[in-house]
Design a protein around this ligand. Structure first.
Ligand code: BGC
Length: 768
């Protein structure tokens, strides 16, 4: 059963009524992040039921020693993991000697959780009756500040309802934290010092092996009926714990509350000796502002984000909630300020997927960031890979490649490969293609060519080298071939001539050559520097070209389709619709062996190529391939429905496109994959955005111009989105009858709507 307990609402994620079975799902869905740190939405107070606590700090990781059944040469020794960090949110609550624990109360009433996406604030309220007969009303308000990104704030309020009560708040920091997915049950954190000073506490700890130094801090204030009311705390500490306890005899109807400011200062951004003083400075500024003003800065910061990126949908509240949830979570995960950071498939909502960076970033996330922020954000994402080029070359060298060929990792934190299943680590090499494609896509969208001579070309050369070396000449075919790969469809391993991989390999080589020629002509100084650094000769480029011009592509003359890989047509071709529902999802119901032999496709593979290179094919070819492959696609990767939504919309199959849209946009809210407890699918949320903007809106960049061909699902009255195109914001508004465009900028802009050129003038609305 898919879950359906999240209440539809345009701006909020809402849960009403307390259900212990929803706790872990809600901890994922209601997660908070400010792109520098994030946390699952665990309760502040003790919860003895089933829970999965998680706090994460961007860029702080631990290399967990690889654990595999059978060691294969070339495996990475470590798997760098996003680390579950020390927790600062804890506030245990004691009422007349009984600890508040929703899993143990006599009853819980009016439980409500709201993640207000407009504000970036998590609210929770309930009333509970304890075994000692006391009934209390509780409210908590929590956010991770965007303005002060090392800081979070919590206000926790308790009101005894039926009698006076002695209430204690024990606010604490805890560094005795482990990852649930630790390979060897190792300790990841080494706590150095726990210190308490008045209402403040600090825990200094460092990660073992990677030596990131982190100071976790908190400072509290207590209030009675909203007025500050100082209570000297009792203190309690252990080697990994700092607790401050505040007790007050509270009369029936009065509200006793604690305000807790907390967060992290880390050696990523400060001298490791100065983490406590940096925390004190932040706390001083935050305390001077106070909770309400901090909250106001939060509202303002989110208002600014929404001003550039909101999408409105009229007439379909679930679709509206889904797209806002996606935009919200993407912004909680990454804001593009730091090129050392990236976007993990689970963001800050869980541990699964270990390291942070996958091809998801280049293939799915960059379009979202390019169009909703300024170009520097996407550029930082490109630079992330540039910074890791040496490691990618090292990675390829370990596998036997030479001469500066680079294989970027399938999964990484710091540039080292940290995936350890041979069929993915060694075979899923198409990821290199997405990294080159993102450079092309960035230049196509932003028109900022400077990235290529400055950094991009070195990456393109190293990738082209890899592809040339990864091919071999087949005498039998009289063509170059790429053997033993896994394409985007991970339900096939060790296949020969995966069409998508071969296609992107050829494209990468040709694109690299094109850019070398361009830079030779127009950026002479850079050309000399790069050629010297890369030691690239004309003879080597010739070898690349020979491969690109003679690469093999499996094709079936009868069906007139490119084959996903050699031998695809030998499979038993039973469409997914004829599979018994009880067999789905196949990744949970079938053995791996059976999946590999089947024709079922996890996610867009050939169609991924048609998505990237749409212009290389006619609509008729797209339709033929879509009709051939989609029926075998089980969409068991979160990245699958969005590509299909875009293509279905392009083919005018709006009902199908709409169904794919709902699947991608409500994947986590409705838990379609039965795994939201482990965390949300952050990177596929960028695909949700693409489904609207590129799918329904039909946005493309062609010949240096912005094109639209808006369509609207039957179920919607209207929708509207904004994109930042080369420094100007364009608002697109689509109804069933027409579409209009408004330019928020100063320079007139020619765009193409349904293949007709239209000139947008500043602040003028044009209806087509
Ligand atoms: C998909 C990959 C993706 C990864 C992380 C897998 O299930 O097949 O394409 O990179 O998840 O999102």
């Amino acid at each position: 059963m898919n879950q359906d307990y999240i209440q539809p609402n345009p701006w909020s994620i809402l849960e009403e009524g307390f259900n212990p079975n929803h706790i872990k799902s809600s901890e994922s869905i209601f997660s908070l992040g400010n792109a520098v740190m994030g946390q699952r939405a665990s309760f502040e107070e003790k919860y003895s039921g089933n829970t999965f606590q998680g706090s994460y700090i961007a860029g702080i990781y631990y290399p967990d020693k690889t654990r595999v059944g059978w060691w294969k040469n070339g495996y990475p020794k470590y798997f760098a993991k996003v680390l579950n960090a020390p927790s600062w949110i804890g506030i245990n609550v004691i009422i007349n000697n009984e600890e508040l624990d929703l899993n143990a109360c006599v009853n819980v009433k009016n439980f409500k959780r709201e993640l207000n996406m407009k504000e970036g604030i998590l609210y929770r309220s309930f009333s509970a009756t304890l075994h000692n007969g006391i009934e209390i009303a509780v409210k908590s308000t929590r956010f991770l500040s965007l303005a002060f990104d090392e800081l979070g704030a919590i206000k926790f309020e308790v009101t005894p309802i039926n009698q006076d009560a002695t209430i204690s708040f024990i606010t604490y920091l805890d560094s005795g934290i482990k990852n649930q997915d630790s390979n060897w049950d190792d300790q990841f954190w080494d706590t150095k010092k726990v210190s308490i000073e008045n209402n403040q506490a600090h825990i200094e700890a460092n990660t073992l092996k990677t030596f990131f130094f982190v100071n976790t801090f908190m400072e509290n204030k207590t209030f009675l009926n909203g007025k500050e009311f100082q209570i000297p705390p009792e203190t309690n500490s252990t080697q990994t714990y700092a607790g401050l306890s505040y007790t007050n005899k509270t009369s029936k109807g009065e509200t006793f509350s604690v305000q807790k400011l907390g967060g992290y200062t880390t050696s990523l951004n400060h001298d490791s000796e100065k983490l406590i003083s940096a925390a004190k400075n932040t706390l001083k500024t935050a305390n001077a502002l106070g909770f309400e003003k901090l909250k106001k800065t939060q509202l303002k910061a989110w208002e600014e984000i929404w001003r550039h990126s909101d999408i409105t949908i009229e007439g379909d509240i679930k679709a509206q909630q889904g797209i806002r949830f996606s935009i919200f979570q993407l912004n909680q995960t990454y804001l593009g300020k730091d090129s050392r950071l990236n976007i993990g498939p689970k963001g800050f909502t869980g541990e699964k997927y270990g390291g942070s960076t996958y091809w998801d970033t280049e293939a799915y996330c960059i379009p979202f960031y390019m169009a909703t922020k300024n170009k520097f954000v996407a550029r930082n994402l490109l630079e992330y890979r540039y910074r890791q080029l040496d490691k990618a070359i090292e990675n390829a060298t370990k596998l036997g490649f030479t001469n500066g060929a680079a294989l970027f990792p399938m999964v990484t934190m710091n540039g080292e490969e940290c995936h350890n299943e041979w069929e993915i680590t060694f075979e899923e090499i198409h990821r290199n293609g997405a990294i080159a494609f993102a450079i092309f896509n960035y230049v196509r969208y932003t028109n900022d060519y400077s990235y290529i001579p400055e950094k991009g070309l070195e990456v393109l050369i190293a990738i082209a080298r890899f592809w040339q070396q990864r091919t071999n000449f087949s005498d039998a075919k009289n063509k170059y071939v790429i053997l033993g790969v896994t394409g985007p469809n991970e339900y096939e391993n060790n296949v020969n001539n995966n069409w998508y991989t071969n296609y992107i390999a050829k494209w990468c080589i040709n694109y690299a050559i094109e850019q070398i020629n361009h830079i030779k002509q127009y950026y002479e100084k850079d050309f000399v520097r790069i050629m010297h650094k890369a030691k690239l000769s004309e003879a080597e480029i010739k070898k690349w070209k020979l491969v690109a011009d003679n690469l093999y592509f499996p094709y079936d003359e009868n069906k007139k389709v490119f084959l996903q890989q050699e031998g695809f047509l030998d499979k038993e071709l039973i469409p997914v619709k004829d599979l018994n529902k009880s067999q789905r999802p196949i990744n949970q119901k079938w053995s791996w062996d059976r999946i590999l032999r089947s024709a079922y496709i996890k996610q867009a593979d050939v169609l991924q190529g048609f998505y990237f290179f749409e212009d290389h094919f006619t609509t008729e070819e797209l339709q033929r391939h879509f009709d051939f492959y989609e029926p075998f696609t089980v969409h068991e990767s979160s990245l699958s429905p969005c590509v299909h939504a875009i293509q279905a919309a392009k083919l005018g199959r709006m009902e199908q496109a709409y169904q794919f849209y709902l699947r991608t946009s409500r994947l986590d809210l409705n838990d379609y994959n039965h795994e939201v407890e482990e965390g949300c699918h952050i990177t596929s949320m960028a695909g949700t955005w693409m489904s609207i903007v590129e799918g329904f809106g039909g946005m493309r960049i062609k010949e240096n111009m912005l094109h639209f061909s808006p369509k609207i699902p039957e179920q919607w009255i209207s929708y509207s989105f904004k994109i930042n195109f080369r420094g100007q914001v364009i608002q697109v508004y689509v109804t069933k009858e027409c579409c209009s465009f408004e330019l928020h900028g100063n320079t007139p802009l020619e765009i193409v709507v349904h293949e007709k050129t239209v000139t947008l003038l500043p602040k003028e609305k044009i209806t087509v």
